[in-house]
Design a protein around this ligand. Sequence first.
Ligand code: GUN
Ligand code: ZN
Length: 495
Amino acid sequence: MYNPGMSAIFEILGKDAGGRIGRLRTPHGTVETPTVMPVINPNIQLIPPKEMRNFGAEILITNSYIIYRKEELRSVALEKGLHGLLDFDGPIMTDSGSFQLSVYGSVEVTNEEILEFQQKIGSDIIVPLDIPTPPDVHFRRAEEELAVTAERLEAARRLIQGEQLLAGPVQGSTYPELREKAASYLKDLHFEVYPLGAVVPLMEAYRYTELVDVIAASKRGLSPASPVHLFGAGHPMMFALAVALGCDLFDSAAYALYAKDGRYITVNGTYHVEKLNYLPCSCPVCSRYSADELRKADNREELLARHNLYATFAEIRLIKQCIKDGKLLELVEQRCRAHPKLLDGLKELYSHSPWLEQLDPATKGTFFYCGPESASRPEVLRFGKRLDRFNLEGSVIIRTTPVKGEKDYDQILIFKAPFGAFPAEMEEVYPFNAEVPKFPDYEALTTALSNTLKLIELNPQAEFTFICEKEFSHPLIDEINKKAKLVYREDWREE
Ligand code: GUN
Ligand code: ZN
């Protein structure tokens, strides 16, 4: 529970786009987010939980329902506690059995029973028995199940009010309006962590467009100060995208499930070990074994699980560095080129640029234009929204690189796609110091030319001369030609 005398449970230390670096305090220690919680199966331990720290894990997650159901595990957990059972003294989150509920249709435990059990065994983050409503159900069903989830979460909040953190899962199927409503309702119950539930089917089907909308809608309903967990997300290829939307915690069963299937995780996708001729990684496993040796190893499953964990945490560290450097969106754009469906997710992310723009720091690392999607970044949108702040009078020249005689004009504006025209004095100022390709693509030109046109229209008292490059082939050039004097660069000398 929130305690005003103590330091906050979640502290945000750095931001970029919707992403953040945070510190989450739990009874068994503080963790830095974003991070992944490796899923520990209490029945099978391919890798001992305490070894998880060697990969970069700071917090684990396990399933209290599996422990509760099995007498041998339950008695040990009640006697020695969860941390004794798993032999791990750092933070451990426990799930409630809701996932089993979503897979098997029912569970043999009530919300109250599983909450009390998690409390007794000393879980650091307790999860109520929410109902994971799958995608695409009728609106009525999503609404009804949400009402049951809300009752259970209210009961949980009344029950759990100590040191232990309580999670409030956001449901609402594939209805953004229900997700936002659920989130803003739960916001007022003050959970310490907010998991976004029932997204596994979306991720399994590569439905990243809808996943982005579900995350964005839920985030809009929550306080930006709350930590958010994307339930069941374990593939590092989509971490950067989810972090940019404001997810702080992930959990990975993928490292073990994929290993069992002989699959080798990379940030660009997954390989089957039978089809790998080379190992494109330099983790301890991949440095010691050749692809052939890995395939034939007796402990292949364990080796693959280890590599999968290394690959997973390497991506987390890179994401954190990118947030520090203000380069998270560049990483997102790179990662989303690994799969066309992720590229759809990237486009959907930027459809939320008006919202992201409010969260994005005003100044950060140099903007790199990485492809047509970059033209829709929040920074570009922000510039377009602020064109009315420029007051131009007299003769104004708009050019890319300097031209002869430009000093004779009252004002010099630089044209740089995807932004548009801005005062030359701002050339070295963020975001105008952007690294952009010499020849802008169509999307960058569309944004830059329409912003330029808008600027011209906003300043009817000024007289504009636009120095156009011959490569700028775009219908908006004709529109600019109607309102400004348009001169092609190669014709300029003869003026
Ligand atoms: N694991 C994956 N999805 C979910 C969910 O929606 N709720 C809970 N409690 N656990 C999950
Ligand atoms: Zn490796």
